[in-house]
Design a protein around this ligand. Structure first.
Ligand SMILES: [Zn+2]
Length: 483
């Protein structure tokens, strides 16, 4: 009986949370702004009372009236060095959590019955450990259920899924303690009635992915960009056969270049939504239904787009990092946390009709920012300069751009199966694009034709990778984010 009551209570909590996060109407905006302010003050107060680290950091600051810019920032290395003191539950210890995560049998289990745990991989600096409480996990699901699908304030369709669950394929890695697995590891038992999950791995050979997708016939496919490219190739080759049930695709964890989004959409005939989130704030955004941007769930998080000195940049201008404040996870307060992502917030309201701010472009880590030396002057080189060149190359399956030295770049290109690529043609395409941007005599380019681009240890492919490093004058960005 108690189990039954708890189940009903969980169901009601999820339903209420979904209702509270349905896409806002103009008349809801003031109440939402008030709710965000209340959440923000509650977070500061809770962190101050329960986290020794924040209590020290907040000394001398009036938490009832301060502006967010009065608060200190937090880097990943500071967070990890002070983790036990950052936790608001004194029973949480980093060493215990690491032990817990070293046992694969604990995947999907709540630590001490209360906490969802994950860690980022160590391939980009040190790993970060993130602990979320149960309400935070519930919030993450509710946000996706309420806002992750075509704009509707109708509640009924959400309930109808109870009777006809959607089939949902996820292509990431095998279940583990990495961030994008967490969402599915902790899928609430009650919510499983809404969806049937199929989990696939980016490390599976394409023929295995194809066979499983063909038999499952998903309504929704979510995956890393590189995985979506792989299945697009299989679809075009006629091996992947979907029978018209597909409603939407979703890109997670890797930036989604526009050219790739368009290729995937054209092949599958559905919109591809793009979610920008990270372990530190899994409910940060939901994918836009009209563009390839992401809508900020701005009552759940504050995202400050700033330059390298933490000064705000105006909407419409890319920052060099973001400062993230998670307003819903009380277990491990994340307040003005530095993430090394180049992000642009749209200055205009989105064409889809959503009233939520639009994160228009995420260009990945500023650590991977390309740069050139033009007669002694260091200038950023946007990756799109190269990407645009590849639009017309229809035999291309995958690509990766590397900066390998001062003004030295390499394009690694893999052809579609059964096709070939001409290095000379690729060189001409890139030369045209580079020339039109005024870099004709500055950049030296090498082309490598390869069979495939190897994913990182995390299973993702980095499209733009600076293996040389930042210009000598520029300091290394402080924090690195992964999901
Ligand atoms: Zn939109």
């Amino acid at each position: 009986m108690r189990g039954f009551l708890r189940a009903v209570s969980d169901q009601v909590k999820l339903a209420l949370a979904i209702r509270s996060l349905l896409p806002p109407r103009p008349e809801d905006m003031q109440a939402r702004a008030d709710a965000r302010e209340t959440r923000f003050r509650n977070l500061l107060q809770y962190a101050n009372e329960n986290s020794p680290y924040y209590r020290k950091q907040f000394q001398g600051i009036d938490l009832k009236t301060c502006a967010i810019t009065d608060l200190p920032t937090l880097t990943k290395s500071e967070m990890m060095a002070n983790l036990d003191d950052i936790f608001t539950d004194r029973a949480l210890r980093r060493a215990d959590l690491e032990r817990f995560m070293s046992d694969p049998a604990n995947i999907g289990a709540y630590y001490k019955q209360n906490y969802a745990v994950c860690h980022t991989s160590g391939s980009q600096g040190q790993p970060a450990i993130i602990v979320q409480d149960k309400p935070a996990i519930l919030t993450t699901f509710a946000a996706q259920f309420a806002r992750g699908k075509p704009l509707s304030r109708r509640f009924l369709p959400h309930l109808q899924r109870l009777f006809k669950p959607a089939r949902f394929s996820i292509i990431t890695q095998k279940p583990g303690f990495y961030p994008s697995s967490t969402f599915f590891n902790y899928f609430p038992e009650r919510a499983r009635r809404f969806l049937k999950l199929q989990r696939l791995s980016v490390f599976d050979p394409p023929e295995v992915l194809v066979e499983k997708l063909n038999s499952f016939q998903p309504n929704f496919i979510t995956g890393y960009t590189s995985a979506l490219e792989t299945i697009t190739r299989e679809l075009k080759a006629g091996r992947l056969k979907l029978r018209g049930d597909l409603e939407q695709m979703t890109n997670i964890s890797e930036p989604l270049p526009e050219a790739i989004a368009q290729r995937v959409e054209k092949a599958f005939g559905v919109h591809i939504t793009n979610i920008y989130s990270m372990a530190e704030c899994m409910a940060l955004t939901c994918g836009c239904q009209a563009t390839h941007g992401s809508h900020l769930n701005d009552e759940l998080a504050i995202l400050e787009v700033v330059d390298s000195d933490n000064q705000p940049v105006p909407n419409g201008t890319p920052g060099s990092k973001v400062l993230l404040t998670n307003l819903y996870n009380m277990a491990q307060p994340i307040i003005r946390y530095e993430i090394d992502d180049i992000v642009t917030i749209s200055p205009e309201r989105c064409e889809c009709g959503s009233l939520l701010p639009l994160v228009k472009a995420v260009e990945g880590r500023s650590k991977d920012q390309f740069w050139v030396d033009v007669n002694g002057e260091i200038r950023d080189l946007p990756y799109y300069v190269f990407l645009l060149a590849l639009h017309t190359e229809t035999n291309l399956a995958e690509h990766q751009f590397l900066q390998t030295g001062v003004n030295k770049f390499v394009l690694r290109a893999a052809p579609l199966s059964g096709r070939t690529l001409s290095a000379e043609k690729l060189r001409q395409l890139i030369q045209q694009s580079v020339t039109s941007e005024g870099f004709a005599d500055v950049i030296h380019f090498d082309i490598e034709i390869v069979d495939r681009i190897a994913p990182e240890e995390s299973g993702k492919i980095r499209r733009a990778k600076n293996i040389f490093g930042p210009p000598p004058s520029r300091e290394q960005p402080a924090a690195v984010n992964e999901s």
